[in-house]
Design a protein around this ligand. Structure first.
Ligand code: SAH
Ligand code: TMP
Length: 398
């Protein structure tokens, strides 16, 4: 494989095996047509970039049937409110034009309503873009890349802030993305984005962060190195609790802004913890293998005791756990979820039925496998009744 940025040759160091589209919840009639690919990861030593080898084409994943809605988690709605407040407080003084990449159903941009800030979302998945449009948010139903961006000549060098959350790691052609940023951003404009953090994935062995949509797992070291290649620099990095550990990055053109001490501090931490080098990958691989073994043992023990296990939340991440560990219907009766687009369908690859929350309340299991472990606080709060009788398990520490 080759690094998607530097083109250097790299050897994939780990395969999670034959994998379907993580968000490809499927109807029974399509089981035979299901798409699979080999989910392999590699690491660019030059720019410390953890990345997938093969992956499906973006249009296979982001289309009119994208089943993830940012608004499906109360915790994330609250987070996006705070994120928008932070932006307004820190950079609001001269903020006129803001573009959000991967704006989804508009949960983040909705917080800029009633302000004198023009906001535009770039969102390629038509169904979620439509929800955002219905909320009155200007949404361009296109992939953010240089090709598409340069058609908007009136926006050239007019944008103060380009934001994104959990979207940049979804974009394989980062060079085209950065060219697009360069086209749109004012001379002193900022690119502010949050992504799942490689350091947190290593710490928790939360390998379920690895799936087709997550082409990259970023770290402060990698973001600094990537942007330096293209005339930009990382000026701040702030850890976030969301999605099991994320990082907020602030990037500007080179020599335009003061660099916050956080950057140096976190880079030092990453060196110490081997987040910026290949040693970290090898340790992670071993930890994944151990984690898989432990999980399979746990499930086997429960099944030997005739315990009924169901999945809680049909997350995209669960596709990696179920397929990598080869866990199917014989172990997990069904997966409950709040998303109406998923209910009635089957989980990608393993074809476990997706059921409504009512089904969960009417057919409670002995044990619930918490696939949305990143929303633990919110879920435990509302599932107190189940917790009185049933047990929770997960592949990570809860
Ligand atoms: N920002 C939201 C959505 C994250 S899901 C949140 O944090 O909750 C990732 C989103 O990125 C999806 O809605 C997907 O359609 C979108 N996306 C994927 N590739 C993109 C691209 N090239 N440009 C803009 N958005 C993209
Ligand atoms: P993710 O944000 O980790 O991808 O998880 C989102 C999925 O989890 C989505 O399908 C909705 C589901 N979910 C529930 O079913 N119940 C909940 O309480 C929460 C927070 C999410």
């Amino acid at each position: 494989m080759r690094c998607k940025i530097t083109n250097e040759k790299i050897n994939p160091f780990m395969s999670f095996g034959r994998m379907p589209i993580a968000n490809g919840f499927i109807n029974e009639k399509n089981f035979k047509k299901e798409f699979f690919f080999n989910l392999e990861v590699g690491f660019s030593k030059k720019i410390s970039l953890f990345q997938l080898n093969n992956h499906p084409k973006p249009k296979q994943m982001f289309n009119q049937n994208y089943p993830f809605f940012s608004g499906s988690s109360k915790g994330m709605i609250k987070h996006f409110k705070n994120f928008s407040k932070w932006i307004k407080k820190k950079y609001g003084k001269n903020l006129k034009n803001l573009i959000d990449i991967g704006s989804n159903d508009g949960t983040f941009l909705n917080n800029f309503k009633n302000n004198k800030i023009n906001v535009i979302g770039f969102e390629p998945s038509k169904n979620v873009a439509q929800v955002s449009k219905k909320r009155g948010i200007k949404t361009i139903n296109k992939f953010f890349n240089y090709q598409n961006v340069k058609k908007f000549k009136s926006l050239k060098k007019k944008i103060d802030i380009i934001s994104a959350a959990n979207a940049i790691c979804h974009i394989p052609n980062l060079k085209s993305l950065i060219k697009g940023l360069d086209y749109l951003l004012k001379d002193d404009g900022l690119f502010i984005f949050e992504e799942p953090y490689l350091g947190s994935m290593y710490e928790k062995t939360s390998y379920d962060q690895i799936y087709d949509e997550h082409i990259f797992m970023f770290s402060v070291s990698s973001i600094k190195k990537i942007f330096n290649l293209f005339g930009f620099e990382l000026i701040n990095a702030i850890p976030q609790k969301t999605h099991g550990g994320s990082m907020r990055y602030v990037v500007s053109r080179i020599n335009k802004r003061k660099i916050n001490q956080n950057v140096k501090k976190i880079i030092r931490f990453e060196k110490k913890k081997n987040v910026d080098n290949f040693e970290g990958c090898i340790k992670f691989k071993k930890n994944c293998e151990k984690s898989k073994e432990k999980l399979l043992m746990k499930i086997k023990k429960l099944k030997n005791k005739n315990k009924k296990i169901v999945g809680y939340a049909a997350t995209s991440k669960s596709t990696t756990i179920l397929n990598y560990c080869n866990i199917g219907k014989d172990s997990i009766d069904y997966i409950c979820d709040t998303t109406k687009e998923k209910i009635g369908k089957y989980s990608p690859g393993k074809h476990i039925p997706i059921k409504s929350m009512n089904h969960f309340y009417n057919n409670p299991p002995d044990v619930a496998f918490l696939f949305a472990w990143n929303h633990k606080k919110e879920i435990f709060k509302k599932e107190k009744k189940f917790s009185q009788k049933g047990d929770w398990i997960a592949h990570v520490k809860l």
